[in-house]
Design a protein. Sequence first.
Length: 457
Amino acid sequence: MPGSYRQLFTLAWPIVLARSAQAAIGFADAAMIAVLGKDALAATTTGALDAFAIFILPMGIVFIVQSFAAQLRGQGDIAGARRYAWYGLIVAAIAQVLALAAIPLVGPILALTDFTPEVQALMSGYIMIRLLGTGAVVGTEAIGNWYGGLGDTRLSLLANILAMVANIGLNWVLIYGHLGFPALGVEGAAIASTIAVWLGFFAVAIVFARGYLPGEDTKLPAVPLRLRLSEFTRMIRFGLPSGLNWFLEFSAFLIFINVVFAGLGTLAVAAIMAVIQVNSVSFMPAWGLASAGAILVGEAIGAKKLDDVPSIVKRTGVVCATWQGLVGLVYIAIPATIMATFAENDVDVSELVILGTTLLAVSAAWQLLDAVCNTLSEALRAAGDTAWVLYARILLSWALWLPLSLYVVRVRGGGPVEATACMVVYFLGLSTVIYLRFRSGAWRRIDLTGQSAPLVP
């Protein structure tokens, strides 16, 4: 059966574990820094999101490498697919140069926010250090997505497990000052994360450089590489909307945190960021499942089996929604136990747990809707329908979510719970319009690779 549950899980389990390892890095940073107080917790968790907002644009661009690799694999063109891995690495190199140039801007930009001076100072140092790892983060995604498109999702798992283990160990050394190192606190967490992502990148880069190829042929074809500017610009043409999609939506989220929530006080910021870290543990596996479904969608389109795509998407959506729904039930059943992880040794333990418990229950609703959004948007990305998804997310995040949140908090006097409920409204609208787009079948007429006539059933 094309795109069966067995195929889905075979591709998905390494991605799920890899994304879970990524989430565990952020979770470990938050949990290990929490003992230093709510200022350190707010600075580290929000700083990690701010750094990710910078990573996400080039990361989103190289996500499209998976789509090209999957479709070219379906067409039997492995040599052509190989070039797209190098195009992804070129994007990673450009991203690192731009990130280095952006470091002097971090402090002045944070000075415009409503965070306290103490949180701003801690956050500024954290972000500047994390930017040193931009190329590693994007490069790992480029190689991991390329191998994923060829049907081997284990390389991404290798990189992220290595990064997770290194990060947790280095956190223990650098945050608290063990093994003769000084206690660096928030900066120690940033240094640990940066070293960890470079270790993960070098692991997959060595495998790629050795020419490993999944499947019966374990070596890349011995043909000249011959990179082509026309292919690189084609990748950017389809990848840039994907990157902007993530970047602009994430930017809206950061404004939501840095403006809407920051105005509600440090306790509110610490509580929502703790909830986000908990959510990432369930979100990353769901994203991994959606990515596995996208690989199967890309292969089906490359092989001209377009009628198989809806059934693949349906199975992927069922699995993602089931996972998110079960996790949501856990949030509702033991929220205080979960939130207490972030409140150890904090003078405001009871307040943080009480507020976080309520926000965690509300988050269960947006997670279920997000499972629908991820499944459908990843399928559309695999088909090359990236521009439309970009327009939908921009419109709904900037014209609905942010104005609604600001109105609810600044005009109506709403608090953290009301602000969080606005996210549920956003995801409800987004899941609806993306479903309608997929159902329209417009993705059938897109030629991603440029090597065939417009695709029709």
